[in-house]
Unconditional design. Structure first.
Length: 294
C-alpha cells in the first residue's frame, strides 16, 4: 500500500490491495482477514465496508492499516489484533497470552447442554478446568439463561492473565453465576460437582513443531503442550476427579484428533467409562463424556 503520487485510496482500493497482499503472503482466508482488519480500524462492520466502498481513507487510517498488515503477515493471530473472537455466537475478548477459542470447542458446549436438557435437576454445579478466556462457562451460562435451569459454574485456570480476561468477558455479559478461581487443576477447588468439563492442553512435543505458525509462535505454550504424548492432563484430572465429582456425575473432555483410544484406556484405569462421544467437522473424535463405573 505504498504511496502512489497523489492517489486517493478508497475503502475498496485498500480492501482489494490487502486481500491480494495476504494471498501473496499465504495468509489463510485472505479476503476475510482483509475485511476484518480494515473494519476494525474503521470501527464498522464488514457489511459497512461495502456501503463505504468509495470513501477515501485518511492518512492516519491508512497508516494504522499498514502497520496491522505488517503485523498480520508475520502470522500474528488476527484475533489478537482485533482483541476479540466470536465463540458460540458471543464476542469474547482475547489478547496475547490467552488461548484463542476454537470452533471445535463449540461441540463441547453442545454436549454439555444436551446432557443438562436430558437430565432434570433442581440445581446444577459445574466445574470448568483450564477456562482460558472463559469461553466454556460463559457460553453455557448465556445459553442456559434462556431456560429455567438453576446453574452455578466454577471456572479455574493456572494463568492469572487468562483469569483476568475471563472475568472481563463474564462482566461484559453481566453473568452472576460464574466464580473464577486461580488453581492448578484441583489444588484450590472445594466441593463436588455434577459435571466437570475440561479442554486441557493436549498437544504432544512431537506434534508441536507441525502446528501452524499462528499457534506455535504466538499462543501460550502453557495452554497447548502436554507431556506423555499429550495425555498428561487427562491422567492428572482422572487421578483426582473422584474427590470432586458427584457419584452420578459426568466428565466432559475435549480431546486431540487421535486420542480417543488412549484417553479411553486411561479412563478404564481409573474406573471410568465412556458413555458418549462426538465427532468434529472433519470426522475426528473430539468430545468424550465419561462416568464412573458402578
Amino acid at each position: 500500500m505504498a504511496a502512489q503520487g497523489n492517489k486517493t485510496w478508497t475503502v475498496k482500493d485498500v480492501l482489494f490491495w490487502t486481500s491480494d497482499y495476504f494471498t501473496e503472503k499465504e495468509i489463510s482466508s485472505p479476503h476475510l482477514n482483509a475485511e476484518l482488519l480494515i473494519a476494525h480500524v474503521l470501527d464498522c462492520s464488514r457489511l459497512d465496508l461495502y456501503l463505504k466502498y468509495d470513501k477515501p481513507l485518511s492518512d492516519a487510517e491508512r497508516e494504522t492499516i499498514k502497520n496491522l498488515i505488517k503485523k498480520r503477515i508475520t502470522h500474528y493471530p488476527l484475533q489478537y489484533i482485533l482483541g476479540e473472537v466470536e465463540f458460540y455466537g458471543n464476542a469474547l475478548k482475547v489478547e496475547e497470552g490467552v488461548l484463542i477459542p476454537r470452533p471445535e470447542t463449540e461441540l463441547l458446549i453442545d454436549s454439555v447442554l444436551t446432557y443438562i436438557k436430558e437430565n432434570a435437576r433442581s440445581e446444577w454445579k459445574l466445574l470448568d478446568i483450564g477456562t482460558g478466556s472463559g469461553n466454556i462457562p460463559i457460553s453455557l451460562s448465556i445459553a442456559l439463561s434462556k431456560s429455567n435451569v438453576n446453574i452455578n459454574i466454577t471456572a479455574s485456570d493456572i494463568s492469572e492473565k487468562s483469569l483476568s480476561i475471563a472475568q472481563k468477558n463474564s462482566e461484559i455479559y453481566d453473568l452472576k453465576n460464574i466464580t473464577f478461581i486461580q488453581s492448578n487443576l484441583f489444588d484450590n477447588i472445594n466441593g463436588n460437582f455434577n459435571c466437570i468439563i475440561s479442554n486441557p492442553p493436549y498437544i504432544s512435543e512431537q506434534e508441536f513443531p507441525n502446528l501452524p505458525v499462528e499457534i506455535k509462535d504466538f499462543e501460550p505454550k502453557l495452554a497447548l503442550l502436554a507431556q506423555h504424548n499429550g495425555l498428561e492432563f487427562y491422567d492428572k484430572i482422572l487421578q483426582d476427579v473422584g474427590k470432586h465429582l458427584d457419584k452420578d456425575g459426568v466428565i466432559f473432555f475435549e480431546i486431540g484428533a487421535s486420542q480417543k483410544q488412549d484417553v479411553s484406556s486411561l479412563a478404564e484405569r481409573y474406573n471410568f467409562k465412556i458413555i458418549d462421544s462426538k465427532k468434529d467437522y472433519n470426522d475426528f473424535d473430539r468430545v468424550l463424556v465419561l462416568s464412573k463405573n458402578r
